[in-house]
Design a protein around this ligand. Structure first.
Ligand SMILES: [Fe+2]
Length: 228
């Protein structure tokens, strides 16, 4: 019997023709959003992705990263980071309660699936590196490769903190969002384990308003139907 979500050839099959409409050398975030809308997949780039892209860019700037191409790839990678989940059955993504080991393995394929999907396009290759490594941890306990330290691309190390910040401070189907102070404490506690110490130091060294101002202290309602 065919296993769900396993055939990478099928991943993104519905969206591939739409990607071909993109210019070959450049793509704007708006182009990507339009494509997902046309494919009926606007859920793939949701409020979480937009918030993480904002935080990741701010974090890179706090680390004095100036390179335009790096910032563009980071932002685009953040917008698209979970696009590989289009290969994961909805019943798994929206399942209330813990996943079985088999279901967890399927979910954990989404970084590679997303990489395969977008690295086909030259102008998205930098972003694809963020997508591929966005679940790695600084201590090597992440996935899909268990890379550690500087073996993980800097863009993915920056992304990891931005993602965690937004995940902790926004509402989820199973819990209310935590305060910024709580998230700040958790990130400091995970310095050198989950997160790159240099990225954590840049985060802690920037004024809190950098991370909270885009929403004026009131988080927008999240429409994502994903639990996992
Ligand atoms: Fe992910």
């Amino acid at each position: 019997m065919k296993k769900e979500g396993r055939n990478t050839q099928e991943v993104g099959g519905g969206v591939r023709p739409l990607f071909s409409e993109l210019p070959t050398t450049e793509a704007r975030g708006e182009d990507i959003l339009l494509i997902y809308e046309k494919a009926g997949m606007s859920w793939a780039v949701n409020e979480h992705s937009v918030a993480v892209a904002f935080h990741a860019r701010a974090l890179a700037k706090a680390m004095a990263v100036q390179e335009t191409a790096f910032l563009r790839d980071l932002e685009m990678g953040a917008l698209l980071h979970d696009i590989g989940k289009i290969g994961v059955p909805a019943r798994i993504l929206s399942k209330c309660g813990p996943l079985t080991p088999a279901e967890r393995n399927i979910v954990r394929e989404h970084p590679v699936a997303g990489y395969i999907l977008i690295s086909h396009f030259e102008h998205l290759r930098g972003a694809a590196r963020v997508v591929l490594h966005h679940h790695e941890r600084f201590d090597g306990r992440g996935y899909p490769f268990g890379l550690s330290g500087n073996a993980i691309p800097l863009s993915a190390r920056i992304f990891a903190l931005a993602d965690a910040l937004d995940a902790m401070t926004s509402d989820r189907p199973y819990r209310r969002g935590r305060s910024f102070a709580f998230a700040r404490g958790e990130i400091a506690r995970c310095r050198g384990t989950q997160f790159d110490p240099d990225v954590v130091d840049a985060f802690l060294g920037a004024p809190a308003v950098v991370w909270t101002s885009p929403f004026d202290g009131a988080r927008p309602a999240r429409s994502s139907r994903w639990v996992h």
